[in-house]
Each structure stands twice: as structure tokens, then as C-alpha cells.
Design a protein around this ligand. Structure first.
Ligand code: ADP
Ligand code: MG
Length: 624
């Protein structure tokens, strides 16, 4: 019988091995960042494009590699970090398997530049799918840069298996945060598609945590410190009143390596026993230092799990030290969960959801939405069109317009606008069940709505009118704190720059009052689980982006002006635009909505919303 077993060529073996090491762009990020840390870098830059699918680049100022090592590092099981099996038990580096670079090179285009301090010239190497394309000397700064392009270019099935950019980007952030949190003595910067997402200067541990998760984090942290023979614990846990619904910011580091441990998590939760609301999750950032020979990190291929020698002792120590810290900071006795409106804990959100709207205008009127018929009539209960007639909430509205000037020549009392015939007016305000015999509104040039009135006719600018209607709705919602939200089936995750996140943090309360429900706002993203009823899911990012750009110059000091700016901006983004055709029902709703407004004459930007033409004026034109 002939022999059929063959040794696989290296590049095939590498491709297969790559599957274990590289699942997604974030795996590359992790390996490269860890290599840079192992190279004793003090400054590490991470640059990615398209969530890492097109580019992951890590530039460090570490010790670099010699010409020989530059080539060798791509070989499988090539490592400078261990020499003997025993070394595994005294490990002080992240890497040790020597397979990351070989795996990455097997499934991507790699450009590496590296130079050691003592060398004149550095080395530049290009590898594509395990094949060396070029190697040259070059003038380079000290350190190493790896650029990994077109991940999985030669394994289309894996490439197709990647998730959306948003999801892949989230994974990259997770890996970045884990490494950055473990090394506050290293300066990290992170760019995505040309924008700076993080810039984390060398700092204390506490400052690093705060820099990674926004300035608000600082006040939430309680320090934990414990030193025993088997473990040294330091780090922070969150005060119970800041606990969240979701398990977001929970980090264990053992010997500066991020790990996951259900067992240790349980120890933390046990320390909070009795002082957390059901299902609430504290944040924690806990750094454990144990003798290298008391752990085995070789247990899991992606190395986030770990085996301790004396787990139960560790459990007891961790639990006791956190309990002690919480007690010492006098937290346990003051757990009444009363909250300052500015400090958002998720408990409050449930109170915001599902409140029956008391607004008197058709808040769900949205000429954009496809299902406008059903939407218009479902959310405001009593039937929207008829509710225009009775603006009973005016008492609340009075306070809203302090300081809003009316231009005298535009100050036509809305009472002056009486529609032509009583019967027709009645059906205008009807829910629409009765077929209308006369059409009272006409849209012209997809821009104006013309309607006969007793004295002549009114011409309404559709865009400005809708801005006015929405503006008053938002302002009312924000002032009377009774916005109702529509809950999203799948929370929306949106990413913003650090500057934008600051703005969002400042605006958060007002946005909540318009009907937004934020499940999470940290680092550079927000998770939105509820949105105002007059906003559709696809409009959310447009609205927020417009808002951020409108408020870039600064947020007004007092809350009235802040609400005013937000309402204006949202009205601007959401209002039906010139050029949109409206159905007759929509035109009617809009005209009715406008004249139910407190200040129908002008748009929120003080532009006239309608003009009237008296019959006499028309007569005059014909008299010539
Ligand atoms: P491991 O990290 O497990 O040793 P890798 O495949 O990640 O395996 O890297 C192989 C070797 O390449 C490392 O042991 C190290 O000597 C060298 N190396 C990788 N990245 C860098 C870097 N950024 N700076 C200096 N040397 C590096
Ligand atoms: Mg490595």
C-alpha cells in the first residue's frame, strides 16, 4: 500500500494555525499591542482603517529587532520570550508562543519596519500570505511598526465571516482598552479612519481609568488596596449607586494581563451583597499581582483565562478587601438610591419609559415615515388631529418662550386665521374617518401649502412650519419632563470622538427629556435603547450629528437656552424639507399643527412660516 501521509507545507500549516490566533481584526490589534508592550515601548500608536479590516498598524518606540530577528520573527514558534518549558512558569511577557506574527503573515499583507537603538539602519520587510516579497535596509526611527493590510485576503470565507464595521470596531476598542488599562505607564494613541479616538498620556492608574472612560468616572470610583502573601490587589470598584444594568466596565488584570474569571467576578459580587439593586452590575478595575509561578496562563489559546494555585484563598481576600473599601468609604449606610437628576443610573430610565404623552399636538406627525398613517394615530392615544384644537397645556408652555421676540410685522394673531367655511373646518380637525368632500389644502412646488381662509388665503412654508411644530413639541417635552420614548428592539450603538462624547455627556439630561434613553455612554460610544416618539431609528444618528455640529461652538450656560438650542437643532434635522411631496392628510396635519402652536408666525429661526393674501389684494391685482 502506498503512503498517503504528507507534511503540510509551512504556509498551509500557518494558515491553519492562524485560525486559532486570528479570528478578527481585534485579534491582530491584541497581538501587535502586546508585542509592543513586551518590547518595552513607552509610546504606542494604534492606527486602524475600516474597523481594522483594511489596516491595523501599531507603531512603537520599543527595543526593535536586529536584521536577523526581523526575518525570524515571522517563523512559527519563533520567540525571544521563552527558551525552556520551565520558563512558562516565570513568565513576565504577554507573548510566549511565538506564533502570532507567523499566523498574521499567513493571512494578510504585512509591512514591517524595525530598528534597534544601537543600529545605524533599520530593516523593512514586506510579506504577503507567508511569502517574503522584499527586505531592505532603511533609515528608520527606533522601534517597530507593523502594518497589517487586507486581513484574510487569501481566505475569502473568513473575510466574509467578519461582522459589520461597528461590531468589529467594538472588538478592537475592547482589546485596546484592555491593554491601555493594564499599562498606565505607556502613552497610547488610537486613530480610526484618520480620527483620534483616544490619547492616553502616561498617568496614574486612576487617571488612566478616567481617561479611558470619560471624566465622570472619577467620582464613581472607590480605591481597593490589599497586600497579602499570595496576592497584591489594587484598583477601583464603583460606588453602588453607579451600578449599571449591563456588565460593561468590569476588568481583572493579573500580572498586567487582562483576564476573565467568572469565579473572581463572583467574589466581587459577593462583596456588594445586599447593597445592589437586583441585576445591577458594578464597574470594577482590579489589578492582581501574584507570583508568576502560581498561575498557569497556558490554559486557553486566546489567553484570557487563567488558572490560579489557590483560587479559594484569592476569592476570600478579594471579597474581603472590596467589602472593606466600600465600608470605609461610607457607602453601605447611604444606599437609598435617591438620585441627583444629573447622575444617571439606569434605575431612573424605567420611569421614563412608557409615560403616556400629555402633549397636545400631534407629536408623532412625521411626513417622512412610511407608516405614517398607523404611527400618527397610535402613539398619541386620543387621536392626533383633533387634539390640535385644545391646547390645554398652555399653562406649562407659558414659561417656554421667555425671551422669544416676535417681529411686529409678522405678528398676525393666529386667531385671525379662520378657515373659510365652518363645515370644512370641522372636517379638517376630524380624525379623517369622514371622507372630505372639499380639498382645503394644496401643495405647490413641493414647498408651500396653500389653503383658503375667510379673508383670502394662507400660504404656509412647509419646512419652516414643520420646524415650528417640532420645535414646540421638543421644548415642551424637555420642560415638562414627560417625554415618552419608543423602546428599540435592538439598542443602537453609535461612536463619537472624545470631544463629541463630552458634549453628549453635557447634553445627556436634556436629551433624556426629549425621549432618548441611554443605556450606556462611555469611552467613545453611546448605546441608545429608546428614542423620542417623533424620531425614527434611522434618523437618530443624523439628529445627533446635527446637534453636535450645531453645538460645537459651546453649550449655552442656562438650561432654558440649552433646551432651546437642542429643540432648534432637532427640529431642523427632522423637519420635512422643501422638495418633499406631502399627502393631503399630511398637509392638513401640518397646517393644523402650525396654528395650534404657541407662536405659529415664525420658525424657530425667526423666519416667517406663512403669509396671508387678502381677497382685496387679489382683487386689486385683477383690477388693472
Ligand atoms: P511571541 O510574542 O509569542 O514571542 P510573536 O509572533 O508575537 O510571538 O513575536 C515573535 C517575536 O518577534 C517576539 O518574541 C519578539 O522577539 C519579536 N517582536 C514582535 N513584535 C515586536 C516588536 N514590536 N518589537 C520588538 N520585537 C518584536
Ligand atoms: Mg506576541
Amino acid at each position: 500500500m502506498s503512503s498517503i501521509i504528507q507534511l503540510l507545507p509551512d504556509h498551509v500549516a500557518n494558515q491553519i494555525a492562524a485560525g486559532e490566533v486570528v479570528q478578527r481584526p481585534a485579534s491582530v490589534v491584541k497581538e501587535l499591542l502586546e508585542n509592543a508592550v513586551d518590547a518595552n515601548a513607552t509610546d504606542i500608536k494604534l492606527i486602524i482603517k475600516d474597523a481594522g479590516k483594511s489596516l491595523v498598524q501599531v507603531i512603537d518606540n520599543g527595543k526593535g529587532m536586529s536584521v536577523t530577528d526581523a526575518r525570524l520573527c515571522f517563523e512559527r514558534h519563533a520567540t525571544s520570550k521563552i527558551r525552556h518549558a520551565e520558563d512558562l512558569f516565570s513568565l513576565h511577557t504577554k507573548g510566549f508562543r511565538g506564533e502570532a506574527l507567523a499566523s498574521i503573515a499567513a493571512i494578510a499583507h504585512v509591512e514591517m519596519k524595525t530598528k534597534q537603538e544601537q543600529d545605524e539602519l533599520g530593516t523593512q520587510i514586506v510579506i504577503e500570505g507567508s511569502k517574503f516579497v522584499s527586505q531592505e535596509s532603511a533609515v528608520l526611527p527606533q522601534g517597530t511598526s507593523f502594518a497589517i493590510k487586507n486581513l484574510f485576503f487569501n481566505i475569502p470565507a473568513r473575510r466574509n465571516f467578519l461582522k459589520s464595521d461597528t461590531v468589529e470596531y467594538r472588538h478592537v476598542i475592547d482589546e485596546f482598552q484592555r491593554v491601555a488599562l493594564a499599562h498606565s505607564n505607556i502613552h497610547f494613541t488610537f486613530y480610526h479612519n484618520g480620527s483620534e479616538m483616544y490619547n492616553l498620556p502616561v498617568s496614574t492608574l486612576r487617571q488612566r481609568v478616567v481617561n479611558v472612560f470619560s471624566g465622570k468616572t472619577n467620582e464613581k470610583l472607590v480605591p481597593v488596596q490589599e497586600e497579602t502573601e499570595i496576592v497584591t490587589i489594587q484598583g477601583f470598584v464603583s460606588k453602588p449607586e453607579f451600578a449599571k444594568k449591563s456588565r460593561g466596565e468590569q476588568f481583572f488584570f493579573v500580572n498586567d494581563r487582562f483576564i476573565k474569571s467568572g469565579y473572581l467576578h463572583h467574589a466581587v459580587m459577593a462583596a456588594y451583597d445586599g447593597i445592589l439593586k437586583d441585576g445591577a452590575q458594578p464597574s470594577y478595575f482590579l489589578y492582581l499581582t501574584v507570583p508568576a509561578n502560581s498561575i498557569d496562563i497556558n490554559i486557553h489559546p486566546t489567553k484570557t483565562e487563567i488558572k490560579f494555585d489557590d483560587e479559594s484563598a484569592l476569592y476570600a481576600i478579594l471579597r474581603a478587601s472590596i467589602k472593606h473599601s466600600l465600608g470605609q468609604f461610607n457607602i453601605a449606610p447611604v444606599l437609598d438610591f435617591e438620585r441627583d437628576a444629573n447622575l444617571d443610573t439606569p434605575y431612573h430610565y424605567k420611569d421614563l419609559e412608557g409615560i403616556t404623552p400629555t402633549i397636545q399636538v400631534d407629536r408623532s406627525f412625521n411626513p417622512f415615515s412610511d407608516d405614517k398613517e398607523t404611527k400618527s394615530y397610535s402613539s398619541s392615544g386620543s387621536g392626533s388631529a383633533s387634539s390640535y384644537k385644545k391646547p390645554a397645556a398652555t399653562a406649562n408652555w407659558e414659561s417656554l418662550y421667555v425671551g422669544l421676540k416676535q417681529e411686529p410685522d409678522l405678528a398676525i394673531e393666529s386667531a385671525e386665521i379662520s378657515f373659510e367655511s365652518e363645515e370644512v373646518t370641522a372636517s379638517l380637525f376630524n380624525d379623517g374617518e369622514v371622507e372630505q368632500s372639499v380639498q382645503n389644502v394644496y401643495q405647490i412646488h413641493k414647498k408651500y401649502i396653500v389653503s383658503p381662509i375667510k379673508s383670502g388665503m394662507v400660504i404656509v412654508d412647509q419646512q419652516r412650519a414643520h420646524q415650528r411644530v417640532l420645535y414646540e413639541q421638543f421644548l415642551t417635552n424637555m420642560t415638562v419632563h414627560q417625554a415618552s420614548s419608543q423602546q428599540l428592539l435592538f439598542p443602537l450603538e453609535l461612536y463619537f470622538s472624545a470631544g463629541e462624547m463630552e458634549l453628549i455627556d453635557e447634553l445627556k439630561l436634556s436629551l433624556i427629556n426629549t425621549g432618548f434613553v441611554f443605556e450606556e455612554t462611555n469611552g467613545n460610544h453611546v448605546v441608545i435603547s429608546g428614542i423620542p416618539v417623533n424620531v425614527t431609528e434611522s434618523e437618530v444618528s443624523i439628529v445627533l450629528e446635527q446637534l453636535l455640529s450645531d453645538l460645537q461652538e459651546g453649550i449655552p450656560e442656562n438650561s432654558f437656552s440649552q433646551n432651546d438650542s437642542i429643540a432648534k437643532s432637532m427640529a431642523k434635522s427632522l423637519a420635512v424639507k422643501t422638495g418633499t411631496s406631502l399627502t393631503i392628510k399630511e398637509q392638513e396635519n401640518l397646517v393644523n399643527g402650525l396654528f395650534a402652536c404657541k407662536d405659529p408666525n415664525v420658525s424657530p429661526f425667526q423666519k416667517p412660516t406663512f403669509i396671508t393674501m387678502r381677497v382685496e389684494d387679489i382683487d386689486k391685482k385683477f383690477a388693472i
